[in-house]
Design a protein around this ligand. Structure first.
Ligand SMILES: [Zn+2]
Length: 261
């Protein structure tokens, strides 16, 4: 899926400084260092394998996704930590107050993939406009990253979104995760499986009539249907885009005389 940089893209230093000042003016210097430091670390790690420009773009795409969660949590009045990056695992924002109901959790959950998809789309249109294979490869990474996060299993965003329908939805994520492991066996998926196991157990024993569950998961059917609709819409759109862009990259690769991916 990775194409070598075909064209160098210039980031105006003025924009970077402005963005930095904007973050600083938020008054959270510690947050800036945490996010900036761990982001840089991730860029270094990815650059060793994929090259600098790809690494910068990839980490920025993850950052855009995380900002979706961050802004949604702030919008709902929750105290939220700055995005923290871990190379080859991804990033997360820590919620310092837990959502009081499943609708808030689903809202924060879907905001990441939604804003992340917008980021990947911007990348895609820039790639088409400037005929850049690097940006096209990055847009593919963006679509795939956000699609992957929609797996209906906690700790993925998909788990948080589908919980609004019922936590039992997480059981559907188990065969998906096992299937993925057969396609791309990676230690990351084993880690995810271990993290997800207690959640699946919770879903298995889920009793909608227990008072604590009724309080947290009790939302009108209309709201459930709305979230299910947006979830499926995003899932379908990302699956189409990831597939189409993958095909485009294959063609480019074949034309260049390389073997097919
Ligand atoms: Zn996310």
């Amino acid at each position: 899926m990775v194409e070598g940089p075909q064209r160098q893209i210039g980031y105006a230093p003025g924009t970077m400084i402005k963005a930095l000042l904007l973050l600083l003016s938020a008054g959270k210097l510690g947050k800036v260092f945490l996010t900036g430091g761990t982001m840089l670390l991730s860029v270094f790690a990815y650059a060793l394998i994929y090259g600098w420009w790809y690494a910068v773009g990839f980490v920025l795409l993850i950052f855009v996704h995380e900002m979706g969660h961050y802004l949604a949590a702030r919008q709902r009045g929750l105290n939220v930590g700055a995005p923290t990056f871990i190379p080859f695992v991804g990033a997360w924002v820590e919620l310092k107050n837990m959502p009081h109901d499943v609708e808030t959790e689903a809202y924060i959950g879907i905001a990441g993939p939604f804003v992340g998809t917008l980021g990947a789309l911007v990348c895609y249109f820039l790639a088409r406009n400037y005929d850049s294979n690097l940006l096209l490869a990055l847009s593919y990474a963006g679509f795939f990253l956000n699609l992957f996060n929609l797996i209906p299993l906690s700790p993925f965003d998909g788990g948080r979104i589908t919980a609004i329908v019922s936590p039992r939805m997480w059981i559907a994520g188990v065969p998906i995760l096992i299937g993925l492991f057969f396609i791309m066996p990676s230690p990351m998926l084993i880690l995810v499986g271990l993290l997800a196991a207690p959640q699946v157990l919770k879903a298995w024993h889920y009793d909608p009539n227990a008072p604590e569950n009724a309080a947290y998961y009790g939302v009108p059917t209309r709201t459930k249907v709305e979230y299910a609709f947006y979830y499926l819409l995003l899932l379908g759109f990302l699956a189409i885009m990831a597939n189409d862009v993958h095909e485009m990259l294959r063609t480019i690769h074949a034309v260049k005389g390389g073997s097919t991916i």
